[in-house]
Design a binder for this molecule. Sequence first.
Ligand SMILES: [Fe+2]
Length: 461
Amino acid sequence: MPIRILFVDDETNVLDGLRRMLRSMRNEWETAFAPGGAEALALLETQAFDVIVSDMRMPRMDGAQLLNEVRERWPHMVRIILSGHSDYEMILKSIGPSHQYLTKPCEPTLLRRTIDRAVALSRLLSDVRARPIVSMMDNIPSMPTLYADLVAELQRSDSSLQRVGEIIAQDVGMTAQVLRLVNSAYFGLRQPINNPSAAVTYLGISTVTALVMTLHLFQQVPPTIRGWLEIDRNWAHGMRTAVMARAVAECETKDRRFLDDAFTAGLIHDAGRLTLGTNLSETYRKCLEGARRSGVPIAVAERRYLGVTHGEVGAYLIGLWGLPNSIVEALAHHPDPSACVHPEFSTLTAVHVACTFENARHAGTSVEENGSQGWPWLDMAYIQRLGLTGRLPVWRESCEAIMEAAGEEGSSESGTPSPGGRLETAGADDHAAASAARHDGLQRELNRPLSDRTGPSRRAA
Ligand SMILES: [Fe+2]
């Protein structure tokens, strides 16, 4: 079935130009054109569309207002801003209601790639029943403690960019949002930025302040789900997976971009859990309880209950936001990497290994060399297919070394280990844990230059 796209612009010559430009796509796309927000809404009431591409500055109803209404009434649609105005306030205003921001004049290939990618992402959601539900979810909430720390830092008269970057680089939702903004077409970067601290440095304090204080872009995890979603444990798992995924990647490459990809993908790999927990809380709570009771992996229970895994939900969302493909792929397939056709060591490999290693370590399971025995949840068929079984002991040693350097002692049976090796008993104040983590070993490891780190030698070229 062709993709149905609605273009909205108050300038008729822009619409005429789009019509001409898109003529070659007429077999794949069905297009309609509206000269303003009201006309677009009238069309949407009578016809179904998959994608809306709107101008930003229009009389009566601007692009942000229009897309906000579309988000409310037709949440399944992909929402793109195509604007010729390089007005910074306008782009900040559009970041909430739109999935992507493109600038005029837009190359036909870029427009086509953006729309094709968005449509391909919806195919990630293999169970069609899940599509309308997941497409309504458009946020990844933040840790309330880190949010409070960030607000406090931004309100200081001498707020530090480095400190703001450090806080954001510990949080899944904030990391995804700053990467989304910095990689939007507005900035026209030749190479995407994949490191949250670098993104904050690029954006500057005033933009981050606007995102937080004026636009309220960083939503917090609601208090009602914090307990059963085990927010503290999830946060610690994401931080450790990030550091270990980078350590695993460092055994294979010195490429800085690859290492940053591994870190960021490790940090946000479970973003879908936060999104599902916030948007489908009752169903998701039952799903996690079912997984615990029956002992099946969470991803299996998710597919059974919801028709979609947390990996797919996270990948779908950050993919729509335009984050790099390597990170999207790592999120989508980390619970089941065999499903990914990529034949080499990739960001996905590093994240899968780090995530399973962290889970095994947390569960107190001893890790055997060269096998999944004692390293539960590791996809051995995948590691064998890549021809990397022999690298497992090296990766494990590297993960152990980095956790040791961070002062982490390993598993806990009686509580949730927080970074720094402290044990938090269930129900402990997560603010205390997060604040303490600021100075902990993991944070030190994050900031230490790569050349200072010790660990197993890299693979021979
Ligand atoms: Fe994980």
